[in-house]
Design a protein around this ligand. Sequence first.
Ligand SMILES: *[C@@H]1O[C@H](CO)[C@@H](O)[C@H](O)[C@H]1NC(C)=O
Length: 360
Amino acid sequence: MAAIQRCAQSTLNWDHFETEGLLLLQMHPAILPQVTIVGLAIILAWYFDTFDFGFFKFTSKEKGDPVDELLKKKHQVVGKECIPGKDTCFLIVDSYFLENGRLTTKRDLLLEENTEYSLTGVEVESVKPVSWNNLDSRNWPVNKLVINSRYARLLVASGFIMNSLNFDESDHQDVLIAGLGGGVMSNFFSQISYLNIDTTVVEKEEFIINIAENYFDHFETDEMRIINTDFVDYLRKYDKKYDVIIVDACENKKTNVMCPVSETLKIKTVQLLKKRLTLNGILAVNVFVTQDNIKSEKEIFELFSNEFNSCFYLEYFKNKNVLLCSKRDNWTWKKQKTEFSKNVEIVDDMFEFKLSRFLH
Ligand SMILES: *[C@@H]1O[C@H](CO)[C@@H](O)[C@H](O)[C@H]1NC(C)=O
């Protein structure tokens, strides 16, 4: 299948801040030689997934309009949180732009040392019309039904696409998510609890859980809980089976393989993952490699396909993949194209994910 190619003509550098903490976007062609063109394209694709600069061409309204003020600002750092005792910091950044003539605000969780890379993207909305009194988007609620990034949509949709989850309200279904981030996927599953989907998120860093609560409105519900422990330990200790296991666990440091974390890439872990799946369950892994991508991606693929009956990469941007594995034979896009494509359309109808545009 073909991924939509985005134009990646400019290099954007996020490392420049104004004194008040405003994020400036500057063109810095000079950093080009530091990265390979391929690496850059991947990073930009990732980046553009959550920051759609196509909408920045707004026509300015009368002076003093609060919405105008935000659009002019473009970005605002609404928070900075550092892991205690480590020199890893995260920025929470709100971006403002017009979409169909309406102010749209996106919030991203970025690693400070690598701001092209967004760990999570959500949409926040002002409850009342924007005025000078409620201009601070820090206080606006997250719209949990909107998932901006394509990879997160795909991870959420994968169970439905591959017949591991269904839209039958009377059918109890279990989802396990490794890695919380801003909680965009678990928030989404908690919002569609009418489908009787029970979600468990395992997150090692308490610090991340706090960020998800404070900036991404991520709170436990009766059908969604957070477990503060190491994911591999959790798999070892609890023998509950899941219809879908989503692995979205990424490194906090810039490395060649950003996601999944290295402890996932061990035979023992892969075997455990398989064990914890129901008969028709699937495993969906966010794979994000920054360098040497072809080789690492191939190795990751081999590792998983040696244990599972079927594995395949689903490409959502050029050279950007989600890995999907199942215990079922021939359960790949190639072999089940008719069935899976039909399911993609159902998912798009239900969740407005617009996945059929690039999965075909
Ligand atoms: C999987 O596909 C192969 C070749 O297309 C076929 O021979 C085999 O019977 C299939 N397995 C199942 C379980 O459908």
